[in-house]
Design a protein around this ligand. Structure first.
Ligand SMILES: *[C@@H]1O[C@H](CO)[C@@H](O)[C@H](O)[C@H]1NC(C)=O
Ligand SMILES: *[C@@H]1O[C@H](CO)[C@@H](O)[C@H](O)[C@H]1NC(C)=O
Length: 233
């Protein structure tokens, strides 16, 4: 009974979110989503468009000294977290229960590689679990997954490139008409040394690059989510 009522509460919350015309976007990831300013740049870029009312959602509100008092800081970026742990510990399940979303971006894998040199296979398996958890929360979730930025420290970039190469065929295989996955390449135009402030996290120029790469895929995701809601409302 407890499980059933929890399931019903989740269903009610996700139905309410689906029937709400306001689009909800969750920036999801690690510190490269949390302690960065690309979210501020992205939010500002959206303000002159029809997507100005999109609600950024998530439990985090960390400010990274972006010198921006206006933007919507809500996000689900968790510094130091591994994709593998978030997936196995079902943390995203709870985060999406608290803050249902129509659209999600995911930039994950850096900590899996840097902290614990996890294999590409294991990271991709975690991505599969995370996508399933997103779709359990919202079968029509629009998903944007990043091929992650390079590092300017250590010798991690061959593993980063290996993960990035695996992301495209994985996403093609996971793709669904009602819940598309778009892959964005945050790697190729990004310099691990000159676009990062500390070898790991983007500096101002890196934040601009990241926002500009997310943007066109995010617009596609918003358009698809809006089309769904117009059918439901
Ligand atoms: C619709 O969503 C917006 C943004 O998330 C929220 O502020 C508002 O309260 C919601 N409205 C209803 C009726 O749930
Ligand atoms: C998934 O399908 C959408 C169309 O629904 C397409 O735009 C997108 O490129 C596909 N994703 C991948 C990784 O092929």
């Amino acid at each position: 009974m407890v499980q059933l009522s929890t399931a019903l509460a989740v269903l009610a919350a996700s139905t309410a979110a689906a029937q709400n015309a306001t689009l909800r976007y969750m920036p999801f990831g690690d510190s490269i989503t949390e302690i960065v300013c690309w979210r501020s740049k992205l939010w500002n870029k959206l303000q002159s468009t029809e997507w100005a009312s999109v609600d950024f959602v998530g439990s985090g509100r960390t400010e990274n000294n972006c010198r921006d008092t206006k933007y919507d800081r809500d996000n689900e970026g968790h510094s130091g977290f591994l994709a593998i742990n978030i997936a196995n510990q079902k943390q995203l399940v709870g985060w999406l229960q608290k803050n249902p979303a129509d659209v999600i971006t995911m930039h994950l894998g850096t900590n899996d590689i840097v902290q614990q040199s996890k294999s590409t296979t294991d990271i991709i398996a975690a991505f599969t679990t995370l996508v399933k958890q997103m779709r359990d929360s919202n079968p029509r979730m629009k998903i944007v997954v990043a091929q992650i930025i390079p590092l300017g420290i250590g010798n991690y970039n061959s593993k980063v490139q290996q993960l990035n190469a695996a992301i495209t065929p994985w996403a093609q295989q996971q793709n669904k008409t009602e819940s598309p996955i778009w892959v964005v390449d945050q790697y190729t135009s990004f310099s691990g040394s000159s676009d990062n402030r500390d070898g790991i996290h983007p500096n101002d120029g890196g934040d601009v690059k990241m926002a500009n790469i997310w943007y066109p895929a995010l617009i596609k995701a918003f358009e698809a989510a809006k089309a769904d809601k117009q059918k439901l409302l």
